[in-house]
Every structure is written in structure tokens, then in C-alpha cells.
Design a protein around this ligand. Structure first.
Ligand SMILES: Cc1cc2nc3c(=O)[nH]c(=O)nc-3n(C[C@H](O)[C@H](O)[C@H](O)COP(=O)(O)O)c2cc1C
Ligand code: SF4
Length: 420
């Protein structure tokens, strides 16, 4: 199996991302022309036939999402491109936005046609403000050339794309918080139901997809030879953009076939651990992901294999490599501090749980913790994962719980503490 592939990233370096003419020269917008000759349902079926799962973290069946969005009857609907990319260690969407903005726009227009939307919104994280001028210019060039606006390419389909920037809150990547933020409100997740597919941005039925998910659509529609499906494994076909960072010699963004092992990602693609140090752990899918131990390096990077290895998270595609110089408890404290800071505070398990776990980790770091503290920490973590209102609180303790299983020695009681 080849270790890297060019499918979603097939255009990187092949055209000038500032120029629509340059994109057209390499075949850009052929997929849109094809899509406009197809029924929206048939387009969603292409996603289903290829087993595409959304790339924003939740791995929701993308063909199913588009079919559900189509079924909602409403005079206006919208598509939202989630470019918030707030998950620590994740930066593959940035590369898609930077190197191939037109492929993303083409994917969004096809999404609009398939689900029956008349507006598309890109919600981009504030830290990517340097990419705004290029993206705004790309939208304008598409309007001038008739790929956006009224009666696109004479099809009778009218659709516009708008660019919004977030202000740097991690929780705004959650679909309903993102919709709140788009509307100009404070970005807090909404109670569900209603789900955003029924009532999302501006109270319209909304189909939210990640940058990578939408960027995958144009090459997939043109893939008549079945290249995408020939990659990966029978259970998990296709390719995935990943970002590898931390203590590796060669951090970066790679497109890999599903089924590659963690060992191949770390040692063959990212060059192994820097300066002759030893691998200690790998965090998968961002700060909300579990920790893998070196013994799990031969786990294959598929949804099923990762789940079987109790790692669950391909998530956002982040692979954070940590060597023996980092204290695991220190790492967990920073993670919990991050979630404490990013919690929107609406619900008690998340608002208080993150704070209490962080305080208990302070005791572990100081070596003053007791058996009771460890039990409490585990209890809070379990309550948070079941009783929080959104994915932030549900997954904020993934790293902690997996560390308790895989690195129990770092929680060992160091000395007897008198209980009064
Ligand atoms: C706290 C939180 C943060 C999230 N951040 C992002 C993000 O930055 N980008 C993203 O695409 N999805 C993010 N998601 C997932 C989105 O809610 C949603 O599932 C995704 O954008 C849907 O796109 P997909 O189906 O193409 O994966 C986040 C979810 C949660 C709970
Ligand atoms: S889980 Fe956390 S981030 Fe989500 S709604 Fe509750 S307090 Fe807000």
C-alpha cells in the first residue's frame, strides 16, 4: 500500500490558488457541470456508494446527511462549511483553504444543488484571517464567471456563498454554536431538538460539512474509474487528510489511504521521533481524542480498527506525537485547562467538571492525591461524558480516561496523605 495519496489534495501546487482561470485550466468546475446534469439524490448516492464519512470529527455518513437535508421541505435552506478548525493539533483544513480554495467552492456549490439550498456560508476560524482575501477574491471570481449567483451556468439554480470569520472560540466548531455565531450571537450550543438540519443558521434548514468533506466532492464525482474506493480497506475505503505534529522530525499535512498504521504515519511519513528521543504517547483526533500507547502503534487507521483498539478518534485527523520529555500529568492538566477555558458554561457537568478535574490533576502533579481523588476524578469524567449538553463536555475527558487505562503508573499514590 502506498503511504501517501493525492486525491483530495490532487491540485496542491498544480495551479495558482489566486486565479480561477488557472483552476479551470487544470479541469476545475468540470465536476460542477457534471453535477448540474445529475439529480441531487444521485449526487448524494455517489457519497453513499463510496462510504464517505464526514471529516469534521463525528464521522457522520455524508450521503445520508445530504439525503436528509434534501428531504426537508422549505423555501430556503443553507449549506455551512465548517472551517473553524479549532481542535488543537489540526491544520489540514488550513492547507485545503490555502492551496485549493476553488475546489472547496466547487464542492459547496454542488452541495447546494444536491440538497436544494440557495445560500452557502463559510465559517472560518479567526486565526485564518490571512486566508480571507484569497477566499473573498475566489468567491468574486466565481460570481463574475457565473459559477455563483443567479441561474448558474444556465441551469436555473441560484446560489451564493458568504464568508464569515469566527472570533477564536473552540466551541463555535460545534454545529449549533456555529449557527448561533453566524447569526451574530454568542457562540453557545443549542438544545436539540430541533436539529440544525431542520432549524440551523438563520433558523433555516442547514447542512453543515467540514472543509475536507466538501473538498472531497468534486474529485469523487469525476472518479469514474473508482480510484477512491480502491484505496483504504474494504471496510473503510478512501483517503484522509491528516496533520501530524509534536515531537516528530517531519511534522506536516499528509493525505493517506485509510488502513495505514500509526507506526507508518509516525516513522515513515513524519520521520520518527526527533533528536533520538523515545515515543511516549500519541493523541489522536485533537485534544478531545484518546491517548495511544507505543504498544498500539500497529493499529490500522480506520474507524473500525481504531474503535476496536479503544482509540475511537480519527476525529479531526490530528496525530499529536509526544516523547518521554513531557510529563503525562502535565499534558493532561493543560488539556483540562483548555477545556475549562473553552467550556461555554451553559451546563453544569462541563462547566464544573472541567474545573474540578483540573484541580484534582493539580494534586496528582503535586503528589498529594489520595485514592479518593482518583475515584472522584473518574466519577466526574463519567458524569461529564453522559450528562453534558454538547460534544465538548462529552469528550473533554477522553485523554484523562484513556491515560488512566494506559498509563496507570502516573496516577500512583506517591505518599500517604492524612485524611482528617
Ligand atoms: C466542541 C466541538 C468542536 C467542533 N469543531 C469542529 C471544527 O472545528 N471543524 C469541523 O469541521 N467540525 C467540528 N466539530 C464537528 C461539527 O459539530 C460537525 O459534526 C461537523 O462540522 C460536520 O461536518 P462533517 O459531517 O463533514 O464532518 C466540532 C464539534 C464539537 C462538539
Ligand atoms: S457541554 Fe460545555 S460547551 Fe457544551 S453546552 Fe455544556 S457547558 Fe457549553
Amino acid at each position: 500500500m502506498s503511504k501517501t495519496v493525492s486525491f483530495i489534495s490532487r491540485n496542491f501546487g498544480k495551479y495558482n490558488p489566486a486565479s480561477l482561470a488557472s483552476y479551470e485550466y487544470i479541469g476545475g468546475f468540470t465536476a460542477l457541470r457534471k453535477a448540474l446534469s445529475m439529480d441531487g439524490e444521485a449526487i448524494a448516492q455517489v457519497l453513499s456508494d463510496n462510504g464517505v464519512q464526514g471529516r469534521g470529527g463525528a464521522a457522520y455518513d455524508m450521503g445520508r446527511k445530504w439525503k436528509q437535508a434534501r428531504e426537508v421541505q422549505a423555501p430556503h435552506k443553507c449549506v455551512v462549511c465548517n472551517a473553524d478548525e479549532g481542535e488543537p493539533g489540526t491544520f489540514k483544513d488550513r492547507e485545503l483553504l490555502r492551496n485549493d480554495p476553488f475546489q472547496l467552492l466547487e464542492g459547496m456549490i454542488i452541495a447546494g444543488w444536491s440538497v436544494g439550498a440557495d445560500n452557502g456560508y463559510i465559517y472560518m476560524r479567526g486565526e485564518y484571517s490571512h486566508l480571507r482575501p484569497q477566499l473573498l477574491s475566489a468567491i468574486k471570481q466565481c460570481e463574475e464567471k457565473g459559477y455563483l449567483g443567479d441561474n448558474i451556468l444556465g441551469s436555473g439554480f441560484s446560489y451564493r456563498i458568504h464568508l464569515y470569520s469566527g472570533a477564536g472560540a473552540y466551541v463555535c466548531g460545534e454545529g449549533s454554536a456555529l449557527c448561533e455565531s453566524l447569526e451574530g450571537h454568542s457562540g453557545r450550543p443549542r438544545m436539540k431538538p430541533p436539529f440544525i438540519k431542520q432549524c440551523g443558521a438563520f433558523h433555516l434548514p442547514t447542512c453543515v460539512n467540514n472543509v475536507e468533506s466538501l473538498s472531497l466532492v468534486p474529485p469523487l464525482l469525476l472518479d469514474t474509474e473508482g480510484f477512491y474506493k480502491s484505496q483504504g480497506t474494504p471496510d473503510c475505503p478512501g483517503t484522509k487528510m491528516i496533520s501530524v505534529c509534536g515531537n516528530v522530525k517531519n511534522p506536516g499535512v499528509f493525505e493517506v489511504p485509510f488502513g495505514i498504521t500509526l507506526r507508518e504515519i509516525i516513522y515513515d511519513l513524519a520521520g520518527g521521533i526527533e533528536d533520538g528521543h523515545q515515543l511516549q504517547l500519541v493523541q489522536l483526533g485533537g485534544a478531545s481524542g484518546r491517548l495511544a500507547s507505543p504498544a498500539q502503534l500497529d493499529t490500522r487507521y480506520t474507524y473500525k480498527d481504531m474503535k476496536a483498539a479503544d482509540l475511537t478518534a480519527i476525529g479531526s485527523g490530528a496525530v499529536l506525537v509526544v516523547d518521554e520529555r513531557t510529563s503525562i500529568i502535565g499534558f493532561l492538566r493543560i488539556t483540562q485547562q483548555f477545556f475549562f477555558h473553552e467550556s461555554c458554561g451553559q451546563c453544569t457537568p462541563c462547566r464544573e467538571g472541567n474545573r474540578h478535574i483540573r484541580m484534582l490533576l493539580d494534586k496528582v502533579a503535586a503528589g498529594t492525591h489520595t485514592e479518593e481523588d482518583i475515584k472522584l476524578m473518574e466519577k466526574y469524567a463519567r458524569i461529564m461524558s453522559t450528562a453534558s449538553m454538547c460534544g465538548l463536555g462529552e469528550t473533554a475527558q477522553s485523554a484523562l480516561l484513556s491515560a488512566m487505562k494506559r498509563f496507570p503508573e502516573v496516577f500512583a499514590i506517591k505518599k500517604e496523605v492524612a485524611v482528617r
